[in-house]
Design a binder for this molecule. Structure first.
Ligand code: DGT
Ligand code: CA
Ligand code: CA
Ligand code: ZN
Length: 582
């Protein structure tokens, strides 16, 4: 599927370049659409070309097919090569920066003769932007802040990226599975941290197989550069610029090595101290008597933790923020688990900005074994997202009803939902008489990210029909900082009104700290994928990982409720808010 990825990137770049050149918006959108379709295709584009199916794919027109064929034949697309001559390619990389769009780049290019990334950054920092029309102090600060975040985010990948790279590495090792006993992705990825610095891959195997395993590791196709090729440790840099550390240990060392390389460092330091106080020594090689150096265990992680007198600790909690004390007392809470999840509350179909039809989304959710799903297409004011007006929602209701006739006898329920925009004044983008007809309503902010939005969120929660605040802090995975928000007030009002807060897998919003506060205050969270394609739906398990990092308890995660429980949750809020008791 390498070619899918390469082609998607090229089409995306062509769209950016055309936009920079002020080309026709229709053409620009077409290219973006092709990029999206290519990156979401479940099938290899090369295979689709061979079988001729490429001509039948929705969203890829004839002229795009020709470009794809040209690329597969020659490794190049001439239209793309021509565009590269016309635009400063390096400058366009800055489109990744939050707060920098094509307009800003074009303006700097025209007026300040800025031709590269470096030029641009220098010009902002030197204060030259103050001379640009329409460029106020606030906007400049915003760009500077965006650049800072962008530079930082380049050092670390998102959990989602790390997970995908990790899965592809695990797959690479399937063909040599006779050579090892256990394999696991350790480090911050195993702890499900929202950003990951490098990937740590650990294998246990008999020593005679180590050389072959390291050889196999460095033969992985996605490698740009091998930094180290050893007998116990190898390190490489992937095409994406990300590092992977690979280590081999002996089978009897598996538990202690996995514990050690999972970290966090802060957690491990405390664990070592506790072992020491008990006359033990602990390292990646095992647990030993401190005085005799006798090996006493380390086959499994449970064994390691038990030998030093505590419960096994879930990786997501290993940050030395109280988990060790509780584990010593045997009082770790039972955390939310993927097995508890009975449905997803926020996803989009191609009725708004999703890639797949409602039918396809429903079938995918059904196959995940859910009892229910909430379809939550955008509302009318989200024009870029092709938001729905009341008439189209009512039309969608009819389709939902039809689909439910098929699914309900099979124990699966499609709930009528929406992701309604919270407007600048805190009112909602849809009238109450329509909101009342939904089974479940998600309300989100999609505008004015630079201001304090507390009042908007509070006002939305006071609407009887709003059940969940979507991506409440506006944060997105280290690339976008949230808007200023008084979380204390938000949590208090959520509790009082019976509204849940969303943990969005796609953005890692809420943070672990905020989840912990919800748990302490008895506020429900809902783990959602915000899926814009069927491919995103299974990532719910990463959301569960993020929730576990916030010590989320099953009894305060909305997804653990059955259908009746969800209906009761919705009904209770409506009754409370309409009774005037709030
Ligand atoms: P990252 O990669 O920055 O997202 O974070 P980690 O936690 O994956 O850190 P990494 O890759 O440097 O090391 C993986 C684990 O190995 C780390 O979580 C704990 C363990 N480790 C590495 N170096 C040390 C160390 O100097 N002392 C201790 N106690 N543990 C270490
Ligand atoms: Ca790491
Ligand atoms: Ca590492
Ligand atoms: Zn959404």
């Amino acid at each position: 599927m390498e070619k899918n990825k390469e082609l998607a990137q090229i089409f995306e770049k062509m769209a950016d370049m055309l936009e920079f050149l002020g080309d026709n918006p229709y053409r620009i959108n077409t290219y973006r659409r092709v990029a999206e379709v290519l990156s979401e295709l479940g099938e290899d584009v090369e295979v689709l070309v061979k079988t001729g199916k490429i001509h039948q794919i929705h969203g890829i027109g004839q002229s795009s097919v020709e470009k794809i064929l040209e690329y597969l034949r020659t490794g190049k697309i001439s239209a793309y090569e021509e565009l590269r001559q016309k635009v400063p390619e390096d400058l366009l990389e800055l489109l990744e920066v939050p707060g920098i769009g094509v307009k800003t780049l074009r303006l700097a290019y025209d007026r300040l003769k800025v031709k590269s990334k470096e030029d641009f950054i220098r010009a902002v920092k030197n204060g030259q932007f103050a001379f640009l029309p329409g460029m106020g102090e606030k906007k400049i600060q915003n760009i500077l802040r965006g650049l800072e975040l962008w530079e930082k985010s380049k050092e670390r990948m998102t959990l989602l990226q790390a997970y995908e790279l990790g899965q592809s590495l695990l797959k690479h090792f399937e063909v040599v599975k006779d050579l090892y006993e256990s394999i696991e992705l350790a480090g911050s990825l195993r702890r499900r941290k929202e950003t990951v610095g490098d990937i740590d891959l650990l294998v246990s195997a008999r020593r005679e197989n180590w050389a072959r395993l390291h050889q196999h590791f460095v033969s992985y196709e996605g490698i740009k550069e091998a930094l180290l090729h050893g007998e116990t440790k190898s390190s490489v840099v992937l095409q994406e610029g990300r590092q992977v550390d690979f280590r081999t240990v002996e089978p009897h060392q598996w538990g202690s090595a996995l514990q050690y390389f999972t970290g966090s460092k802060e957690h491990n330091v405390r664990i070592r101290d506790i072992a020491k106080a008990k006359g033990l020594k602990i390292s990646e090689y095992g647990v030993f008597h401190a005085d005799t150096d006798e090996w006493i265990g380390g086959r499994t992680e449970e064994e390691v933790y038990n030998l030093i007198g505590m419960q096994w600790i879930p990786p997501e909690l290993r940050e030395n923020t109280g988990e060790i004390e509780l584990a010593l007392e045997g009082r770790l809470p039972r955390l939310i688990d993927i097995k508890d999840i009975r449905g997803d509350f926020h996803m989009h179909s191609n009725w708004s900005d999703g890639l797949h039809s409602l039918e396809e989304m429903a079938e995918a959710c059904y196959r995940l074994g859910y009892q229910y799903m909430v379809i939550g297409d955008h509302s009318q004011s989200s024009r870029v997202a092709n938001g729905l007006d009341p008439a189209r929602y009512r039309e969608q209701f009819k389709l939902i009803e039809r689909l439910n006739q098929y699914y309900n006898p099979r124990g699966f329920y499609i709930l009528r939902g929406c992701e309604v925009d919270i407007l600048p004044d805190g009112s909602l983008d849809l009238p109450d008489d329509l909101l009342e007809e939904f089974d479940f309503v998600v309300a989100s902010i999609h505008s004015r990210f630079n201001q304090d939005n507390t009042y908007r969120v509070l006002k939305a929660m006071e609407n009887p029909y709003v059940n969940l605040i979507g991506h409440p802090t506006g944060k997105a995975y280290g690339t976008r900082e949230g808007y200023p928000l008084d979380m204390e007030k938000v949590i208090k009002t959520a509790k009082e009104t019976g509204t849940a807060l969303e943990l969005n897998t796609h953005r890692a919003d809420l943070s672990p700290e905020n989840i912990r506060r919800c748990m302490q205050e008895g506020v429900f969270i809902a783990i959602v994928t915000d899926a814009h394609s069927v491919k995103h739906l299974p990532y719910i398990h990463l959301g569960v990982g993020l929730a576990r990092r916030g010590w989320a308890l099953p009894e305060l995660v909305l997804n653990t409720k059955d259908l009746q429980g969800v209906k009761d949750f919705v009904r209770r809020k409506r009754e409370l808010m309409l009774s005037g008791k709030y």
